[in-house]
Design a protein around this ligand. Structure first.
Ligand code: GAL
Length: 890
């Protein structure tokens, strides 16, 4: 067992601290210590099995936080995890921001208020598909700095920020021993992947980072993820799609999974990743089966890369991640529901899991195995009150065969295990849960008939507001091409993009003047050639203008540019607009990566040879005029010379648009559909909702059906082929007022604002399907006396459970059949066997309610509609918002 030092508290302060401390302790927990042994974290003297949900606070609004935390708790999370975001918290060196979406203290307190623990991964390098991996861009300008290595300037800055965060948490009494929710901290992030690039200095940096962290007096354990050489007391943890079998580098450390990738991110023009929940549940169950103790979903809620926070290059604004809670804060089904049941099943085993120092292993077949956890000793750390005669037993039976169902014998009973699945037996006898049994949404038809009670919401409908377009009156103003202010400056030679922009804007104008002689023109005509602009390497987007006219665009990540150009005799202005689309967030030597151009820029094909532009005189201008005038804000937008846009106007490049719109009724999440636009950025009431880019995913590479079986990788089960990667952009409700919301768009390549529409995102249709042989509801287990076996779990009947989002109720049952129904959600039909009471029983139980349960049994439907046949209940229900009942469409 390891004990952690708390920061020494001066005696004089003790009295007043005690007063404040009692106040805060009342809000969260009684103060408790966190230590660990080889098996688990030890929380207040007890080993715990912990489920954690990743939520990055700035990827939602503070108004969304309470609901996200509540949904995580309801879904079975014990812990909420987040990184900290250095560039959000310290946008200018020494000027801190802990407000709004960056109000870390508020977020941690909300988690504590809900009785959940907190895992704070400070980093401060975080990767996370977040701009520059979380590093402030000003960090590059510190003389002599080299990131993430044994480099004094870097270590000084890193220590300053990490100390700032730890001190803030201490001040606010947010550590467990202060009565706060924080039980675990992380320093660095996956440095093990990079360490080799830094040689000996990398090794020294790891040791320094560990000692520095431990010296801050936080008083809770620290982890380093993907860091097999994590020193001393720092726990090395696993990040991956699967972490069963992971062994930390010391027999005294517990097995912790800091990132269970339950989906993945994507780029503009990319397909959408999807990780099937059967496989995800399998991975989690295998982890706990094989001795794991804390697992964190990366992400439980992914959210949105508002503003220019997206990493890159080219990561999209949505960070939905295919997480159990979707980008809009709605449950993503059946993922959320299936995992909720999984968590409940694991929790039923917790007593045995924490009691055993290690599981008993049993081979059940060539690719089948059991791990059994016995509570047969009274461990000192357990602090249990059980008598000797009471001993719990829990077991996990796994079939890791990717293709076939297996029938195994365990403790004299026979169990059928679907391929690539784990059955959880909280009492070592009855199955409470199987990871592969998820019902109608299951991507591979299982041999078994037992179907799960999961709600499936295959169609999260983006419903149109009354009017499809957001506004019929738009105004526009053109963005000047090239130099627009006196803040421009001239330099001989090429400057690195970020050195100039400091990332205050995506855009950097470069302008130079080219002289073309009569001889050049004659030479081109004679030889039927034209000159070419050659750039050795560039990222992310380049637009090339001659005398104000766009003649070409290139995008890519360090790609060569070969652009044919045409000049008239005389002087011409060559303008290069270089753009970033999210700064690099992964890789070694990030400080050297930069943006814009690398190598030489030249014009080839002139009569007297190439013109080397690398050494030419360039005028630089950072950003756009509209950006710097802040014409997207309510206060400043009138500064621009807006004119009315005609309906028949042709789409134009480099144009600002604005319109006003009313907020849709109700409380449902809102999205703006920018599918008619090209590329740019959008703001609502001055809030930057993000970059948009209408790029379409490749036509191929999405399977017709997704087979959950077998190891997952981010290319498996892709969706959205041939469709634009993102057209809906989340506008948080709290950014809207009832009417007159200002929408401002900056469009680079041309689009039609008249087709922009506002949509509310509503899960309207719920489906559930379950057979009478499914497992009894997990919550019933909790009431059982499992040890004495007084109540038989097998006497209990399965139930389907339907639940609309908060503020919604079930308005109607569109389909119900207890018997042998066919089809799947939105396509159900009656089979040969059908109870005539189906609709009335389900309607009676559900209509008018936010959630309902219906027993899947003959008794539940009055009688047996067909003897000797395994019956299934299939239901399709409709949800409506309580605030819209009685109006228009309902
Ligand atoms: C991990 C990294 C996370 C995130 C993830 C992919 O390697 O630690 O921050 O980038 O990959 O989503």
């Amino acid at each position: 067992m390891v004990v952690f030092e708390n920061k020494a508290i001066p005696k004089l302060l003790l009295v007043c601290l005690f007063v404040q401390f009692s106040v805060s302790a009342a809000n969260f927990f009684q103060p408790f210590n966190v230590t660990y042994d080889h098996r688990a974290l030890i929380i207040d003297g007890k080993r715990r099995m912990l489920i954690s949900g990743g939520i990055h606070y700035p990827r939602a609004t503070p108004q969304m936080w309470p609901d996200l935390i509540a949904k995580s708790k309801e879904g079975g999370a014990d812990v909420i995890e987040s990184y900290t975001f250095w560039n959000g918290h310290e946008p200018v060196r020494g000027q801190y921001n802990f407000e709004g979406r960056f109000d870390l203290v508020k977020f941690v307190k909300l988690v504590g208020d809900n009785g959940l623990y907190f895992l704070l991964r400070i980093g401060p390098y975080v990767c996370a598909e977040w701009n520059f991996g979380g590093f402030p861009v000003w960090l590059r300008d510190i003389p002599g700095i080299e990131f993430r290595t044994d480099n004094e300037p870097f270590k000084r800055e890193m220590q300053r920020f990490v100390t700032k965060i730890v001190d803030l948490m201490l001040e606010e009494k947010l550590f467990s021993w202060q009565g706060g929710p924080i039980i675990l901290l992380q320093i660095e992030n996956e440095y093990g992947n990079m360490e080799g690039s830094y040689g000996q200095k990398g090794k020294e940096y790891v040791r320094w980072a560990a000692n520095m962290a431990l010296g801050l007096g936080a008083g809770v354990p620290w982890v380093m993820c993907k860091q097999t050489d994590a020193p001393g007391d720092i726990i090395d943890t696993c990040n991956n799609y699967y972490c069963d079998g992971y062994k930390p580098n010391s027999p005294n450390k517990p097995t912790i999974w800091t990132e269970n990738w339950d989906g993945w991110y994507t780029s503009w023009g990319g397909r959408l990743p999807h990780r099937p929940v059967e496989d995800l549940a399998f991975a989690v169950a295998r982890f706990f089966q094989r001795g794991g103790s804390l697992m964190n979903y990366y992400m439980y809620f992914g959210g949105t890369n508002f503003g220019r926070t997206s990493g890159g290059p080219f990561y999209i604004t949505s960070y939905d991640y295919d997480a159990p809670i979707d980008e809009y804060g709605l449950r993503s089904e059946p993922k959320w529901g299936h995992l909720k049941d999984l968590h409940a099943a694991i929790k039923l085993c917790e007593r045995a899991l924490v009691a055993a120092d290690s599981p008993q292993y049993m081979k059940l077949g060539p690719r089948q195995e059991a791990h059994v956890y016995w509570e047969n000793t009274q461990s000192a750390v357990l602090n249990t009150t059980l008598s000797e005669s009471q001993s719990a037993c829990s077991a996990f039976l796994a079939n890791i065969d990717e293709h076939n169902t297996a029938t195994v014998i365990f403790r004299g009973k026979s169990y059928s295990l679907p391929p690539w699945s784990v059955s959880i037996l909280p009492d070592c006898s009855n199955v409470a849960f199987n990871t592969a049994k998820v019902g109608a949404q299951t991507s591979v038809k299982l041999v078994e008939n037992a179907l799960s009670p999961k709600i499936s919401a295959p169609e999260l409908v983006m419903t149109k507001n009354e009017v499809s377009s957001i506004s019929e009156s738009w105004m526009s103003v053109e963005e000047p091409i090239g130099i627009w202010s006196e803040s421009n400056f001239t330099v001989q030679g090429l400057l690195e993009h970020l050195k100039v922009t400091k990332d205050e804007s995506d855009y950097l104008w470069h302008m130079t003047r080219i002289y073309v002689s009569d001889d050049d023109v004659a030479f081109w005509e004679e030889n039927k050639v034209s000159p070419t602009l050659v750039i050795d390497s560039m990222r992310d987007v380049l637009r090339i203008f001659i005398n104000g006219e766009l003649i070409g665009s290139v995008s890519g990540h360090w790609v060569k540019v070969l652009q044919p150009v045409q000049f008239q005799q005389g002087y011409s202005d060559l303008m290069l607009l270089s753009q970033t689309v999210g700064l690099q967030n992964y890789g070694a030597f990030l400080e050297k990566d930069g943006a814009g151009f690398r190598g030489q820029i030249k014009l080839t094909g002139f009569k007297n040879g190439d013109i080397d532009l690398s050494k030419a005189s360039w005028i630089y201008q950072v950003g756009l005029k509209g950006e710097f005038q802040k014409i997207f804000t309510i206060e400043e937008n009138e500064k621009a010379g807006w004119t009315n846009l005609k309906l028949d106007a042709t789409p134009s490049t480099f144009t600002w648009y604005k319109a006003y719109f009313d907020s849709p009724d109700g409380s449902e999440p809102i999205a703006i559909d920018l599918g008619s636009m090209g590329k740019g950025q959008a703001w609502v009431n001055g809030h930057h909702i993000g970059r948009y880019w209408n790029l379409t995913a490749p036509k191929d590479g999405c399977p017709d059906s997704c087979d959950y079986r077998g190891a997952y990788g981010s290319n498996k089960c892709m969706t959205n082929c041939g469709k634009p990667t993102q057209t809906w952009y989340h506008v948080p409700r709290s950014w809207l007022q009832a009417s007159n919301n200002l929408l401002v768009i900056f469009e680079e390549i041309g689009g039609n604002p008249f087709e922009i529409s506002v949509k509310s995102r509503v899960p309207r249709i719920l489906c559930a399907q379950m057979s009478e042989s499914y497992y009894p509801p997990l919550r019933e287990w909790l009431h059982l006396d499992l040890i004495d076996g007084k109540v038989s779990i097998s006497d209990m009947k399965p139930q389907i459970h339907l639940q609309c989002e908060d503020g919604h109720i079930i308005s109607s049952i569109e389909f119900a059949s207890y018997g042998t129904p066919h089809g799947s959600c939105q396509n159900f039909s009656n089979g040969n066997c059908h109870s005539p009471n189906s609709l009335s029983v389900v309607s009676e139980a559900c209509v008018g309610r936010n959630s309902c349960s219906v027993e899947v049994s003959n008794a539940g439907f009055g009688s047996d509609p067909c003897r000797g046949v395994l019956k299934t209940l299939a239901v399709e229900a409709r949800c409506v918002s309580t605030s819209t009942i009685g109006v228009s469409q309902f």
